[in-house]
Design a protein around this ligand. Structure first.
Ligand code: F6R
Length: 255
């Protein structure tokens, strides 16, 4: 696992965009996208590179991590909608090749299974972008999720609903259920890139990177993966015991 500490959110966005840029220009075709606030600086930078530096997503396809269950179709906070407005509408990826779990299906349980099967068939994801919840969730794998879990319908904690209420007109509007890629599904990607910014993420980042491997901190599953990059700003790095070593290792990368 490589841990990169940047000064602020914008610098984190550039560093993560570098990872995607390098991957796409060297032939990565299957991208894993996240929603929420954390990836916005990454998408801004990728859009800029698309417009100004010829970075093309024309050959790519993309898979979302998760989707709310029970929102009206076209709801501005559905992740299918958010990813279009924040990223994919502004680059040259084929909209038909941007897929997410079907949170509107009559049978959402079957839809979750279908999505997992699609990821197996069309994957693996080359580079998967991840945010982290203050409780250590990735995707919407809340504490207690099996480290080997697959895509499924699951229940959000009240904490996550409170955290996400800022996107809605109050907590009552936030759905209770989601379809999320499981921790095992996410771990099938070739390269996992987690971005976290702000002091409110510091504890979760430290637990994920340096804490015990445990379902109580779902993001600790990253410790099992062979290729992980964690990009954090100074505030989110504040609880990392080995922060000085991560800085030293970055300055002294083997060549
Ligand atoms: C969203 C997702 C979640 C978020 C996490 C952090 O697709 O999978 O794991 O990444 O809740 O959210 P923000 O970035 O809004 O703090």
């Amino acid at each position: 696992m490589e841990v990169i500490i940047e000064s602020d959110d914008a610098a984190c966005g550039v560093t993560v965009a570098d990872v995607f840029d390098r991957a796409v220009r060297s032939g990565a075709r299957v991208l894993g996208l996240a929603t929420g606030s954390s990836p916005l600086s990454v998408y801004r930078e990728l859009i800029r590179r698309h417009r100004e530096e010829g970075l093309s997503f024309a050959a790519a396809q993309a898979f979302l991590l998760d989707e709310y269950v029970g929102l009206p179709k076209g709801h501005p906070q559905s992740y299918a909608h958010v990813i279009r407005t924040e990223f994919t509408d502004h680059v040259d990826v084929d909209p038909a090749r941007v897929q997410g779990p079907d949170g509107w299906a009559d049978d959402v349980f079957a839809a979750a299974d279908r999505y997992d099967a699609m990821l197996r068939d069309e994957g693996p994801v080359d580079v998967q972008l991840l945010g982290i919840g203050v409780n250590g969730h990735i995707g919407f794998n809340e504490p207690g999720s099996s480290l080997g879990s697959r895509t499924r319908v699951t229940t959000l904690t009240e904490q996550t609903r409170r955290d996400n209420a800022r996107f809605f007109d109050g907590i009552d509007e936030v759905p209770r259920h989601v379809i999320t890629q499981g921790l095992g599904t996410i771990s099938s990607a070739r390269h996992l890139v987690l971005i976290a910014t702000g002091g409110h993420k510091a504890e979760a980042v430290a637990a994920a990177v340096e804490g015990p491997l445990t379902a109580s901190c779902p993001a600790s599953v990253l410790q099992l993966h062979p290729h992980v990059t964690v990009v954090v700003d100074e505030a989110a790095a504040a609880r990392l015991t080995n922060a000085d070593f991560y800085r030293y290792a970055r300055e002294n990368r083997p060549r």
